[in-house]
Design a protein around this ligand. Structure first.
Ligand SMILES: Cc1cc2nc3c(=O)[nH]c(=O)nc-3n(C[C@H](O)[C@H](O)[C@H](O)COP(=O)(O)OP(=O)(O)OC[C@H]3O[C@@H](n4cnc5c(N)ncnc54)[C@H](O)[C@@H]3O)c2cc1C
Length: 588
């Protein structure tokens, strides 16, 4: 069988994978190979034009996973998109760049992950981005380009949104500070010079692509890790087996390290297919057990998103006509974008967000409500009913973090997004607001259901269960967020007087729960399936991102995130990858 040898072999040219490829190949003495089933789309206008991102899901650039039916959502099956291209999900995502909170990252350190405190993490994240603010000033020193969109009517809606929450006492703050408690115009991974998508492919790979020590193998998927078991060394990763675009099987050997960066759904699949996972599952499927670890593929965490659409006064401008793809509005959008990158094609359309504490936490009534909820639903002694495969130690640490987050008047336990258009594409003018529980307690899993390495070519042979609302506290918090946001926007200026009169949807909490069960869809923030924490707590990798029980094998992508961040995940992944690159450089 054909074989090639490099020092480091990286599996996946995604968000994290290309950060690692670019950073590690800065050392000209290291031969680095990175492998990707998808292809490059460097000149594809569908990828580069911000407003076109929605068409990328369910396209050939999407793995297009699906969950099993979700019991608490009336057995609905959920779409789980994931990028399959140079840049991975950073090539198909919706641009929002939301750095995580100090308390969230410090909670990772609190699990026993030495060196992963917020200050160290923040330094690493700054190496990933350069943020250009409206005045032209910049922050950060990295290749990823970030900006805030400023065209009308989006800018006016963002201002009204920010002012509305300021009037409720939630003043906006610096999104990079780790301490946001208020509303803001979203920072997006859009290059303000080119008015185009900035991804790990454009920002990290493009400038490094002609390095002689960096080999990028596209159109090829890893079908197996090459692991050997010896009495002396235990289990060692020696490389990977790949299947190329023409169906040939090849071995790519690693002298030093194999780094899995295949994302939160594919990294655990590759481990399990290669014999690292729950011994019962592996034996049942006829896979030789190389490393026993029942936590591989467990601890899947994801946000849920629940939209509320508000009718806007007819004399207020929104992006509805474009969103309904009315020919005149589409032509106008194309003209605006080709003129100066403005108009709806220049932005994700998800223009503003708010990160807010538990509804009512600043009143005694709200605090009593929360206290009843926590007493009824949050057992700090680790309740295994909600996540039977999680260790009591992790369940307790997770619950304790969520309790402290919900109880704080200044920490965000809810994240809200605003788009100045109706996502239902109905006639008239609208804004859509999406509510999200920042740190859900429900945890699911992603496990293989077949031993065949051929499955790794696509989305078959895997069972993904998000276990939506399996922890009852998540639905309770969300129901309160929905009532809060409806009341806040319809009664607080300046937004209230921009909306048409409306009959409240949620007379009581049960109405809000029902609405959530019917309308909730997944965020695309899959994390946790190869969690970084001590092994006896349920970890798959240690704080150097090494896979427990296997030498020369690391994981570095969204799967290592042990507790989901309060908002979207790409910023977290860029930070994790920059942290990982530093750790690996020191180790190799
Ligand atoms: C539709 C969508 C919109 C999103 N919007 C936002 C947003 O607005 N803001 C935000 O912060 N986050 C957003 N996210 C989430 C965020 O983009 C991801 O969390 C992040 O990019 C994941 O990075 P990763 O490196 O873990 O995985 P990926 O970037 O997905 O990289 C994994 C790579 O591994 C490759 N791979 C998989 N299997 C194999 C194999 N067997 N062999 C070789 N390679 C393999 C994949 O093809 C892929 O290129 C969005 C996600 C989606 C799906």
């Amino acid at each position: 069988m054909a074989s090639e040898t490099y020092d480091v072999v990286i599996v996946g040219c995604g968000t994290a994978g290309l950060v690692l490829a670019a950073r590690l190949s800065e050392d000209a003495s290291l031969q680095v190979a990175v492998i990707e089933p998808g292809n490059g789309h460097e000149t594809d206008p569908q990828v580069l034009t911000p407003g076109a991102w929605m068409a990328l899901t369910n396209s050939p650039l999407d793995w297009a996973f699906k969950t099993v039916p979700q019991k608490e959502l009336g057995n609905r099956v959920l779409d789980y998109p994931q990028g399959r291209a140079l840049g991975g999900t950073s090539t198909i995502n919706s641009f929002l760049f939301a750095p995580p909170s100090r308390t969230n990252i410090d909670a990772w350190a609190g699990l026993g992950n030495n060196g992963w405190d917020f200050d160290a993490y923040s330094e690493a994240l700054k190496r990933a981005y350069t943020f250009h603010d409206a005045s032209g000033a910049t922050a950060g020193s990295g290749p990823l380009q970030l900006s805030v969109y400023g065209s009308e009517p989006v800018a006016s809606w963002c201002k009204a949104w920010v002012d509305c929450f300021a009037n409720l006492g939630f003043t906006s703050s610096d999104p990079f500070s780790g301490e946001v408690c208020g509303a803001l115009s979203n920072v997006e991974s859009i290059d303000p010079g080119k008015k185009q998508r900035s991804s790990s492919a454009t920002a990290y790979l493009a400038p490094a692509s002609d390095r002689p020590n960096l080999t990028v193998l596209t159109g090829s998927y890893v079908s197996k890790l090459l692991l050997s078991k010896t009495d002396l060394d235990g289990v060692v990763a020696e490389g990977v087996q790949i299947v190329t675009g023409d169906g040939a099987t090849k071995h790519i050997k690693a002298r030093r390290e194999v780094i899995l960066a295949a994302g939160a759904l594919n990294s655990p699949r590759i481990l399990e297919t290669s014999g690292i996972g729950d011994p019962d599952l592996l034996r049942k499927l006829g896979i030789e057990v190389m490393v026993e670890n029942p936590h591989v593929g467990e601890n899947l965490q994801n946000h849920t998103t629940t939209p509320l659409i508000f009718d806007v006064r007819d004399d207020q401008d929104t992006l509805d006509a474009y969103f309904r793809q009315e020919p005149a509005a589409v032509a106008e959008a194309q003209e605006a974008y080709s003129k100066d990158g403005g108009g709806p094609l220049g932005t994700s359309l998800v223009s503003a967000s708010a990160q807010l504490p538990f509804p009512g936490i600043r009143t005694s009534e709200g605090r009593e409500d929360l206290s009843r909820l926590l007493d009824g639903h949050l057992d700090l002694e680790a309740d295994p009913r909600w996540s039977p495969r999680t260790t009591p130690a992790f369940a307790e640490a997770h619950a304790s973090f969520v309790q402290s987050n919900l109880s704080s008047p200044t920490e965000a336990s809810g994240t809200y997004f605003m788009a100045p258009a109706g996502l239902a594409q109905t006639p008239g003018n609208h804004i859509t607001v999406v509510a999200m529980v920042a740190h859900p307690l429900s945890r699911g899993h992603a496990h293989i259901t077949s031993a065949s390495p051929d499955n790794l070519a696509g989305s078959g042979g895997v069972e993904i269960d998000q276990a939506t609302f399996s922890h009852p506290l998540d639905l309770e918090v969300l129901a309160r967020q929905l009532r809060f946001v409806e009341e806040a926007l319809t009664t607080t200026e300046p937004v209230a007087s921009l909306l048409k009169p409306r009959e409240a949807l949620f007379g009581d909490l049960e109405a809000a729960r029902e609405y959530a069960r019917a309308m909730t869809t997944p965020g695309h923030h899959f994390t946790g399936t190869c969690a970084m924490m001590p092994r006896d707590m349920g970890g798959v990798v240690d704080d150097k991102l090494q896979v427990y029980g296997c030498r020369n094998l690391r994981v570095c992508d969204a799967s290592v995130v042990p507790i989901i961040p309060r908002a979207n995940t790409q910023a977290v992944v860029y930070g994790v990858a920059e942290m990982g690159a530093k750790i690996f450089k020191e180790a190799i």
